[in-house]
Design a protein around this ligand. Structure first.
Ligand code: 0L1
Ligand code: MG
Length: 249
């Protein structure tokens, strides 16, 4: 077995067990391209188990996260149907290592090219559940790329027609009815449609075509917050509505 497959298995088992592992780069020298090969092998294992590819996500789309990681490029990951959480649904915190939630904007794709890389059928408020499989949520760039950019789950609010402007909509993240983070869609690369254009380009470079009916998670509009058992989390995006989840033990 090659090193890519071996490291993909390590991440896959950590995700299935909800147990943290050490960074891959602690023992193996990796570059970002190899990180993407590991990510592809990791998600291929999930597909072999019967999961379906349903979209892509961008990560590190805010200046704050890029500065934190010391990078100037966004990263992308893969979404499968098993990661979808119904709007208002419940997730078991114990299944994850140390889950966090962040408010996002999602696009529903037509599968055709469009002015922002891919044509869009609808847009929705969304929550992304991120969960690094690495201890203490600490990683290098190749590590987090290999770990499917910390993707763990996503909630989509009701799909809406695409409004004229998406570049400065107010965003709130509420926990138990209290606002814990405020932001704007401007934090998503200045405009979530710019995230879509970059994601389309990066996916094409990797030979991945964004198919009709796929979801594109454009990125976080605020910092992520830890998901505590018993809490109720809601993302509110101005003019688009809400997406929410509940957390059980
Ligand atoms: O969706 C994201 O922006 C997460 C990217 C990976 C870094 C992290 O886990 O915070
Ligand atoms: Mg995200």
């Amino acid at each position: 077995m090659g090193v890519v497959e071996e490291l993909a298995i390590r991440l896959d088992e950590a995700q299935q067990a909800g147990k943290a592992i050490s960074q891959l780069t602690a023992t193996t020298e990796l570059d970002v391209d190899t990180g993407y090969q590991i990510q592809a092998a990791l998600v291929a294992r999930r597909i072999q188990r019967g999961e379906l590819m349903v979209g892509l996500k961008l990560g590190l789309t805010s200046q704050a996260k890029m500065t934190q990681m010391g990078v100037r490029e966004v990263i992308w990951g893969r979404l499968t149907d098993a990661m979808r959480i119904p709007d208002g649904g419940t997730v078991e915190v114990g299944r994850y290592v140390h889950p966090r939630v962040e408010p996002e904007v999602a696009f529903l794709l037509t599968g055709e090219p469009g002015p922002f890389g891919s044509a869009v059928r609808a847009v929705a408020p969304a929550l992304e559940l991120i969960d690094s499989r690495y201890a203490n949520f600490r990683f290098t760039l190749p590590d987090v790329v290999a770990d499917n950019t910390s993707a763990a789950g996503f909630v989509l609010g009701p799909w809406q027609p695409v409004p004229d402007g998406l570049d400065n909509l107010g965003v709130l993240l509420e926990v138990d009815g209290r606002v814990v983070e405020t932001g704007s869609t401007a934090a998503i690369l200045g405009d979530p449609r710019r995230a879509l254009a970059q994601g389309t380009h990066l996916a094409a470079r990797a030979g991945v075509r964004l198919a009709a009916g796929w979801v594109f998670l454009a990125g976080a509009a605020t910092a992520a917050v830890p998901l505590a058992p018993g809490s109720h989390v809601r993302a509110v995006v101005e003019g688009l509505g809400t997406a929410s989840l509940k957390a059980s033990e």
